[in-house]
Design a binder for this molecule. Structure first.
Ligand SMILES: Nc1ncnc2c1ncn2[C@@H]1O[C@H](COP(=O)(O)OP(=O)(O)OP(=O)(O)O)[C@@H](O)[C@H]1O
Ligand SMILES: [Mg+2]
Length: 243
C-alpha cells in the first residue's frame, strides 16, 4: 500500500501525462478556447473551473482527441499527438462527459465488459451495482447510470481521466462518493485527473490545484489552497460577461 502511494507521487519536473500547449480549439473555425497552456501530472486531480460557456467541455474534448486543435498542440507524456501516436496514447484516456455513456439496451454486466476493465473492480468501487448486474442499464436511475459510467471508466486501465460534470443532477451524498472515487484513483493508481465540476468549493476540496477559464482563456490558476484564498476572484470570473 505504501509502495503504491509512493509511486503515485507527482514527479518533480517529470513530463506531464497530458498537456495543452498554446492550444486553441472550437467549432467551425471559431475558437472557443484560446492559447491554453495546461498540464496534468500523474497522481494529481486538477480542477477546471469557469462559467457556462467558458470552454471547459471544449477543452476536454480537444484533450481527448475528439476535437482537432485549431492551433497549438496536445502532448501525451511530452510527445506531440501525431497521428501514429494518438490511438495508443488515447487508449489510456478516459473521457466522461455530461451525457451518460451507458448502452441502455445492454445489461450492467455487459456495459462493464465493454469497458475492458474488470467487473469485480467496478463492483468494488460501487457495490450497489452488484444487484443490478443483470438488469438492462436503461432501467437504472440517473444516479445509478452515472455510477456505472464512472465505474466502467475507473475499472479500465487508464492513465488520465477527463471528467465533465460527474455530479450533474445527483444527490449530494452520491456526488461526494463519485469525487472520493476519483480522488482514490489518483492517490492509489496514479491516474491524472482533469475534473470539471460546477460546484467550485467542492471541486477545490478534492483537487490539488486548478485553472479558471473565462471566455476561453485561463484567467487564474494555482493550488487549491491559493484558489480558495482567492475565492472572490474565482467567483467573479463566473460573472464576466461575453464581449
Ligand atoms: N457544438 C458546438 N458548436 C458550436 N459552438 C459550440 C458547440 N459547443 C459549444 N460551443 C460554444 O463554445 C463555447 C464554449 O462551450 P463549452 O461547451 O466548451 O463551455 P463549458 O465551459 O463546457 O460550459 P458549460 O458549463 O455550460 O458546460 C460556447 O460559446 C459555446 O456556445
Ligand atoms: Mg460543458
Amino acid at each position: 500500500m505504501s509502495g503504491q502511494r509512493a509511486a503515485a507521487a507527482v514527479p518533480v519536473g517529470g513530463d506531464p501525462l497530458l498537456q495543452a500547449v498554446e492550444l486553441s480549439a472550437g467549432y467551425g473555425g471559431l475558437a472557443a478556447v484560446k492559447g491554453l497552456d495546461l498540464e496534468i501530472h500523474r497522481g494529481e486531480v486538477v480542477a477546471l473551473l469557469g462559467a457556462n460557456g467558458a470552454g471547459k467541455t471544449t477543452t476536454l474534448l480537444t484533450l481527448a482527441g475528439e476535437l482537432a486543435p485549431l492551433s497549438g498542440e496536445v502532448r501525451f507524456s511530452g510527445r506531440a499527438a501525431r497521428a501514429s501516436l494518438v490511438r495508443s496514447a488515447r487508449s489510456g484516456i478516459g473521457l466522461v462527459t455530461e451525457e451518460k455513456a451507458v448502452f441502455m439496451e445492454l445489461t450492467v454486466a455487459e456495459n462493464l465488459r465493454l469497458g475492458r476493465g474488470s467487473t469485480d473492480a467496478a463492483v468494488a468501487l460501487f457495490p450497489e451495482l452488484r444487484e443490478h448486474l443483470h438488469r438492462r442499464a436503461g432501467l437504472l436511475s440517473g444516479g445509478q447510470q452515472q455510477m456505472l459510467t464512472l465505474a466502467r471508466v475507473l475499472a479500465s486501465e487508464l492513465t488520465v481521466l477527463l471528467a465533465d460534470e460527474l455530479s450533474l443532477g445527483l444527490a449530494p451524498v452520491l456526488v461526494q462518493r463519485l469525487l472520493v472515487a476519483v480522488r482514490e484513483a489518483a492517490d492509489r493508481r496514479g491516474v491524472g485527473v482533469l475534473l470539471v465540476e460546477q460546484h467550485v468549493r467542492r471541486a477545490l476540496e478534492v483537487a490539488d490545484r486548478g485553472y479558471v477559464l473565462a471566455r476561453g482563456r485561463v484567467v487564474l490558476s494555482g493550488s487549491s489552497a491559493e484558489l480558495r484564498a482567492r475565492i472572490r476572484e474565482v467567483e467573479a470570473s463566473y460573472l464576466a460577461t461575453p464581449v
